[in-house]
Ligand binder design. Structure first.
Ligand SMILES: [Zn+2]
Length: 281
């Protein structure tokens, strides 16, 4: 049983504010501790249930958040960015199960710090339906026949995961009270629940089907500004379907992630050009 673990930060117990999730914030070092503890909890749960290996991908922001010296030495760690497969970097057909820990709700939903890859995308849709990071990463895993066994995060994230991934184990670490507010488990309780959830997911891995990849992958991204939509329209094959909306048909989940990654940078660039030289994005 080879386990892949993608860990984000917004859905970790005890985290709800921007100050915690952006490097340089006063709360960020504390959030790194919380994220590392939940990564270790998931790793421990996977090994408790008989996993032979766990590959961790640091999936938040700079993708260099986990405190390496405190990481469970049984795990391997992918970190840093950019990475071609972004939050799902390193997943392969050798893996038997994927765990998504510390995840958050999609752009436009009411979850804690809800967004889809970029905080500046106002919505991302796949085949007409709003999607989050869990759905897109699950498609890449599905293309490799790897099922998603565990999703942890706030109540909105867990509700969506239960609807989208039949048989998945969810761990609700907090209840959303607003974009930057939550009623959270204490970190130790959150870690305990994640450890139990990861163990349950590994034990039940054979019961879960990988996410099916639809024949058609039509991605639409609502960009933050006209300028950023104009830049994204320049991506070969992309079409501008609204003042701020760019759409493109893609051949694979991997290409969906590529389109998102490039659009992420163009969203930032478009904002910079609008705000002028005195503002940094
Ligand atoms: Zn994140």
């Amino acid at each position: 049983m080879k386990v892949y673990l993608s860990i984000d930060m917004e859905g970790v117990g005890g985290i709800a504010t921007m100050d915690q999730i952006v490097r340089g914030g006063h709360g960020y070092p504390r959030a790194q501790q919380l994220m590392t503890a939940e990564a270790n909890a998931a790793i421990a749960g996977a090994f408790d249930a008989g996993a032979e290996s766990v590959l961790v991908n640091d999936s938040h922001g700079t993708m260099d958040n986990l405190i390496h010296s405190e990481l469970d030495p049984r795990a391997r760690l992918i970190f840093g960015s950019p990475k071609l497969q972004c939050m799902a970097e390193g997943i392969s057909a050798d893996h038997d199960l994927a765990l998504f820990v510390g995840y958050h709700a999609p752009s436009g939903s009411r979850g804690v710090m809800a967004h889809t890859y970029s905080g500046y995308f106002t919505e991302v849709r796949l085949n007409g339906e709003p999607v989050g990071e869990a759905e897109i990463n699950a498609l890449l895993a599905g293309a490799l026949e790897v099922p998603v066994g565990l999703v942890s995060g706030d109540d909105v994230t867990c509700d969506l995961a239960e609807r989208g991934f039949p048989g998945v184990t969810t761990v609700q670490t907090k209840v959303a009270h607003g974009f930057n507010a939550a009623d959270s488990l204490a970190p130790s309780a959150s870690c305990h629940a994640v450890r139990e959830g990861a163990a349950r997911a590994v034990r039940r891995a054979h019961e879960i089907r990988p996410t099916a990849v639809p024949d058609r992958l039509h991605l639409a991204i609502d960009m933050p500004t006209i300028a950023s939509a104009e830049l994204a329209e320049a991506i070969p094959g992309a079409r501008r379907t609204g003042a701020r909306t760019v759409e493109r048909d893609l051949d694979s989940p991997s290409d969906v992630i590529g389109m998102v990654t490039v659009s992420y940078q163009l969203a930032n660039q478009g904002l910079r050009s609008m705000l002028g030289p005195l503002h940094r994005v």
